[in-house]
Design a protein around this ligand. Structure first.
Ligand code: DLL
Length: 433
């Protein structure tokens, strides 16, 4: 029997759920309009009023919200309540530039805990489990999100965060952790270290709740083989709540979206029109019950599709397929959000650098490494070696300042980077995702 946290919410008929969704949608649209000046202004520009929402389909009349809107309102401009009612804030994982801030009221923390309790239950979590939580605690939503869900369930949490991998493996063995929550790439790294330490056969994990970055079926097979666990996908984003928006159950047929809390749509990133069920496009989410920072039609830029139908686990929640890409150039490297355009800007800020470069991403030992190859000009090539090394270091520093991650810069000969006739291929991702 599948373990289901909220039988009623997760298993009711879609017809019943749609009634709740519409009621909540009307309420949140009105609430956002009345309490967040950003929405009032945007709705007015689009000549739309909350009372125009009379059916779920009417959501398509509402304007979208984007990451840039949140950045413009930095830090607290999107909040719908006075700051003193916000009990916690988190930010997106980008370490520099203007981060996206999200604020939670007491009820929002409660909601987040519920959403995460549902997610962890999909992986079979109960009070009997020991959850080793390797998502980072802090401003990133991963650590505390899992924590709140685990506490609701009454499981034992090991709030270990990422890093100190040997120690992680020792603790996993000694404490007999049964559920691992981490990024899939870190889980692979953990498995490798566990192998090296000769401890892998002593590990008792039954499930892994892996997300926060893109991964593949091949990685699932690998993780399941190495750890002998069920490797399950979890999805979420700071703007909406953090982890807990969607989660795979043990059927592994895609992720159940908590759609009574977060209303999903799929649009074409080109025409911005809604797409029919089953078609791949960009996921757009609306928070149906959030108080601190309601999000109306947030464009996630994540590419996926939605399928309805009853899952063998008993849940009737819509199923989202694995995220296979983005409609913008955002990447997640070591869990940090990076836009290649920022790397370009940073390297071109260094005097004398040519705009011919390539970003090469690899994953030796299951951790992302970034190399930026930059062409030097003929003139620079005739300079002394010391000068070239200075420039190389300058570029490294400039990029690190821009994206918050250490990169390796290699200077290459003039004309050695392939020229393209169409869109230049700037990023070569060798991580086999
Ligand atoms: O990554 C929240 C999270 C924490 C999710 C822990 C799951 C587990 P952000 O840092 O704001 O929040 O990044 C959100 O990460 O728009 C996707 O592009 C990507 N992402 C998150 N989960 C998945 C996944 C957290 N399962 C951005 N598959 C999202 C693919 C994912 N991409």
């Amino acid at each position: 029997m599948a373990i289901i946290w909220d039988q009623k919410a997760e298993c009711m008929s879609q017809k019943e759920r749609a009634v709740i969704q519409l009621e909540r949608l009307k309420k949140i649209v009105n609430y956002a309009y009345e309490n967040v000046p950003f929405y009032k202004k945007k709705f007015r520009e689009h000549k739309i009023k909350p009372e125009h929402i009379q059916s779920l389909k009417d959501i398509e009349k509402l304007p979208f919200t984007e990451k840039a809107d949140l950045r413009e309102g930095y830090p607290f401009g999107m909040f719908a309540v006075p700051r003193k009612d916000i009990v916690e804030v988190h930010t997106s994982s980008g370490t520099t530039g203007i981060p996206v801030v999200t604020g939670y009221t007491k009820n929002d923390i409660e909601l987040w805990g519920e959403a995460m309790a549902r997610a962890l239950s999909m992986a079979g979590a109960t009070r009997d489990d020991i959850i080793q939580n390797c998502y980072g605690y802090g401003l990133f939503t991963g650590g505390l999100g899992v924590h709140y869900g685990a506490q609701k369930i009454g499981a034992t949490v090991i709030p270990i965060s990422a890093g100190q991998t040997k120690r992680q493996v020792q603790i996993m063995t000694d404490f007999k952790s049964t559920i691992l929550t981490s990024t899939p790439s870190y889980a692979l790294h953990l498995s490798e270290v566990a192998q090296e330490e000769g401890l892998i056969s002593k590990i008792k994990l039954k499930a892994g709740v892996f997300g926060a970055e893109m991964w593949t079926e091949k990685m699932r097979d690998e993780l399941e083989k190495r750890f002998k666990l069920h490797a399950l996908n979890i999805y979420g984003l700071t703007e909406i709540i953090g982890p807990g928006v969607a989660q795979e159950c043990l059927q592994k047929k895609g992720l159940h979206i908590a759609e009574d809390l977060f209303y999903p749509e799929i649009i074409s990133p080109d025409t911005l029109e809604s797409l029919p069920e089953g078609e791949k496009g960009e996921l757009v989410l609306t928070t149906l019950t959030r108080e601190g920072m309601p999000m109306i039609r947030f464009r996630t830029k994540d590419l996926t599709s939605l399928i309805r139908g009853n899952c063998k686990c008993g849940r009737t929640l819509v199923i989202m397929s694995r995220i296979t890409g983005r409609s913008d150039d955002m990447m997640k490297l070591r869990g940090v959000i990076v836009f290649p355009s920022k790397i370009e800007k940073a390297l071109l800020e260094v005097k004398g650098v040519e705009p011919h470069y390539q970003i090469i991403i690899t994953r030796p030992h299951h951790l992302d490494e970034i190399e930026v190859q930059v062409e030097v000009s003929q003139k620079m090539l005739s300079d002394e070696v010391k000068k070239l090394e200075e420039i190389r270091k300058k570029i490294e520093q400039s990029i690190e300042n821009a994206i918050g991650l250490r990169v390796k810069v290699t200077l290459v000969e003039p004309k050695s980077i392939p020229r393209s006739e169409g869109k230049a291929k700037r990023v070569i991702d060798k991580r086999s995702l």
